[in-house]
Write a protein that binds this ligand. Structure first.
Ligand SMILES: Nc1ncnc2c1ncn2[C@@H]1O[C@H](COP(=O)(O)OP(=O)(O)OP(=O)(O)O)[C@@H](O)[C@H]1O
Length: 344
């Protein structure tokens, strides 16, 4: 079932088209991640859903109600949509408990019990309730911000880069914790992030914006392996791009004969994710491999550049483990796993 439906949303700021005809559906109970380069319209989209901004044209439907129809709309505080921002935006002069209870309806019964259960939900100790925000770590502050937003019992939670101020390991823990909490509470979520890995691991739908347009939306695996175009492919991760001739489900390219998706025939560009190409130091011949021209040791994941035989293409960049790492000058065998993607 659809909880949120964005229909042809456009928004301009003077000459800037922040959003241009965006259509997006969000299913009840799902997690959507919105990604895109800086200035592509992510925050504007979130603010339009929250009700802090109204579209120039287009409709926002939420839970059976029309929240915005062009510049006419329901105000943010009447939408029942929660939001957690980058800095958490806690009230510095209020205790954790008072911050959390801020969202409760006036004279709410069971105040203390609800605070306690929200703290538990976001995995914070009850003893934290009396602290002030400045006495908490960044991760703890974000958990309180999430508890405060959950306290309003929203059907939809908007997460605007809520992990970006945290360091890498804490980020990952928080992302998992937030996903767990939202799932347990049955709350639909939309996350805006700059971090592609975060988007791909958090969401069951990834929406890619570019210059105010929705380029592609779909499950993370599909977006990653079958991106609409070269730009989206490179935005979401490293990619090996090769010219090829396609025939009967196979591509002839500088890596030899490679299975491809789709039913394209003729000249095309194909894409492989580097992890689809296995590097072996044994059994290499010029027909099934290439020569290592550069090795970057990186601990668990190392990067090697390989010049393919009989081609003027620049060396391809691959990832490999530090075990049996080749050296520059070695001839290596390259085996492709899975199918290459063809840009139609
Ligand atoms: N209030 C505003 N007035 C004028 N221009 C604006 C305003 N808000 C956003 N813009 C412009 O609209 C475009 C989209 O901005 P938006 O903040 O939505 O992008 P974003 O994808 O969230 O970017 P970032 O990743 O850098 O946060 C940008 O070109 C921005 O400069």
């Amino acid at each position: 079932m659809t909880l949120l439906d964005l229909e042809n949303i456009s928004r301009r700021y003077g000459p800037v088209r922040a959003l241009d005809g965006v259509n997006l559906s969000v299913a009840t109970g799902s997690r959507t991640a919105v990604v895109g380069p800086s200035g592509s319209g992510k925050t504007t989209l979130l603010r339009i859903i929250a009700g802090f901004e109204l579209p120039d044209t287009g409709r926002v439907r939420f839970d059976g109600a029309l929240l915005a129809d062009g510049p006419a709309g329901v105000p943010a505080h009447k939408r029942g949509i929660g939001i957690v921002s980058q800095d958490g935006a806690l009230f510095p002069h209020l205790s954790v408990a008072d911050n959390i209870a801020f969202g409760f309806e006036r004279g709410a019964p069971d105040r203390e019990k609800r605070i306690e259960s929200l703290l538990e939900m976001v995995e914070l100790e009850a003893a934290m309730a009396t602290r002030r925000p400045h006495q908490l770590s960044g991760g703890q502050q974000q958990r309180v911000a999430l508890a405060r937003a959950l306290g309003r019992r929203p059907k939809l939670m908007l997460l605007d880069e809520p992990f970006s101020a945290l360091d890498t390991s804490l980020r990952e823990n928080m992302r998992k914790a937030v996903a767990r909490v939202l799932q347990a509470a049955g709350i639909t979520a939309i996350l805006v992030t700059h971090d592609q890995t975060e988007a791909l691991s958090f969401a069951d739908q990834v929406a890619v914006l570019r210059e105010g347009r929705l380029v592609q939306a779909g499950p993370p695996q599909a977006i990653y392996h079958q991106p609409r175009d070269r730009e989206t492919a490179l935005f979401l991760g490293d990619a090996v791009l090769l010219p090829a001739i396609i025939k009967n489900g196979f591509a002839d390219c500088a890596l030899g004969r490679v299975a491809v998706d789709g039913d394209h025939a003729g000249k095309a560009e194909i894409m492989l994710r580097p992890e689809q190409i296995r590097v072996a130091v044994d059994g290499a011949t010029p027909q099934n491999g290439g020569r290592v021209v550069d090795v970057q040791f990186g601990g668990a994941v190392c990067t090697i550049s390989v010049a393919l035989a009989d081609t003027a293409l620049p060396p391809i960049v691959l990832k490999t483990s530090s075990v049996a790492l080749p050296s520059p000058g070695n001839l290596v065998r390259l085996d492709v796993a899975g199918k290459a993607h063809v840009f139609a």
